[in-house]
Design a protein around this ligand. Structure first.
Ligand code: GLY
Length: 332
């Protein structure tokens, strides 16, 4: 078992990574907890034993769960079950579940403890670590939420064996970004060490910038184009697949701007290829619409803004000319 700490002073917490890590759940439950509320989805089908009174709360399947009304129902169910501020919520599932369970934990009784058991690769290397929680509004994704750190995270890598191939590949799209965040050739590692290496990087980034005032934004490498493609909504793309296309685009942009060498551009392509990820824009993409969506990106305060690779590694680059963005889109 690999144990990594997310170092946040009094709010530091362990992330356990390895096969059968779920068996360690009880060891992460704080001593004063009297009851545990599991939050999951029916199709996840993972349960675990714990020697305390428990309740299980099922969220609607898929992204449907990320609604304020679901938070309200969940908190009502907690109240009816007598959950108190000294109890514990355990979120078992993908990013949707940990986002919702985490947000409910942040607001129920003004904040109770939560422990995450991410069951997808994307959840294990990204979503469940770092305390970002929230739900969607009809106006956009993740517009309401809170930073609420868990008291522990369990990344049982055996759970990944049963993931559908496409879900696994989607996780690989997020994993690809860690190669360029100091991870190096992660694809040469066995899966549990690879997950642990990503967790270590994420823990460091979160520790240095918990509330995304600076460095945490680098975790959004590849995400500007990815979000534009996702908002477009008409493409059959999983999140990690969209991120992979976004990484290819960011690398081409950085190369065109003279920030990275031919070899570095090739390394980006090697990594995306090694994980079987898409690199080209989906058929029917509209560069005008994509550029408009780039302008609405949360990072875009001083002109078009991207996370780009360069001589010093990844950094946030502002004021990128529109004609350059368009040229690279047309070249993809
Ligand atoms: N998923 C990006 C972050 O946690 O900041």
């Amino acid at each position: 078992m690999i144990q990594i700490e997310v170092p946040l002073g009094e709010r530091s917490y362990p992330v356990l990574v390895g096969p059968a890590a779920l068996g360690e759940l009880s060891s992460l439950v704080p001593d004063d907890v009297r009851r545990v509320a599991f939050v999951t989805q029916e199709n996840i089908g993972i349960s675990t034993e714990i020697h305390l009174p428990t309740s299980t709360h099922y969220l609607p399947n898929g992204e449907e769960a990320k609604q304020l009304s679901v938070i309200e129902s969940l908190c009502s169910a907690f109240a009816q079950g007598g959950l108190t501020r000294s109890d514990l919520i355990v979120g078992i599932g993908g990013g949707v579940v940990t986002d919702v369970a985490g947000f409910a934990a942040a607001v129920y009784h003004r904040g109770i403890r939560v422990l995450h058991v991410p069951t997808t690769l994307l959840g294990q290397i990204d979503a469940a670590i770092g305390g970002k929680t929230g739900v969607n509004l009809s106006e956009g994704k993740n517009l309401v939420g809170a930073f609420w750190q868990p008291c522990g995270v369990i990344c049982d890598t055996e759970l990944l064996a049963s993931l559908p191939e496409r879900e696994m590949r989607s996780g690989m799209g997020e994993l690809a970004k860690y190669h360029f965040l100091g991870g190096g050739q992660l694809d040469s590692l066995p899966l549990d060490e690879r997950v642990a290496a990503c967790v270590r990087i994420k823990a460091e980034v979160v520790a240095s910038d918990e509330r995304e005032g600076g460095g945490r934004a680098l975790l959004n490498y590849g995400h500007t184009l990815a979000h534009a493609l996702e908002i477009e909504g008409s493409f059959d793309l999983r999140h990690g697949e969209a991120v992979a296309i976004g990484i290819e685009y960011a690398a081409m942009l950085a190369h065109e701007m003279g920030r990275i060498s031919d070899a570095s551009l090739e390394e980006h392509r090697r990594v995306l290829h090694a994980y079987g990820l898409p690199r080209g824009l989906p058929a029917g993409s509209n560069p005008d619409r994509i550029v408009k969506l780039f302008g609405r990106d949360k990072k875009a305060k001083n002109g078009f803004t991207f996370v780009l690779d360069g001589p010093e590694g990844l950094e946030v680059v502002e004021g990128i000319p529109e004609n350059l963005l368009r040229k690279i889109l047309e070249r993809m």
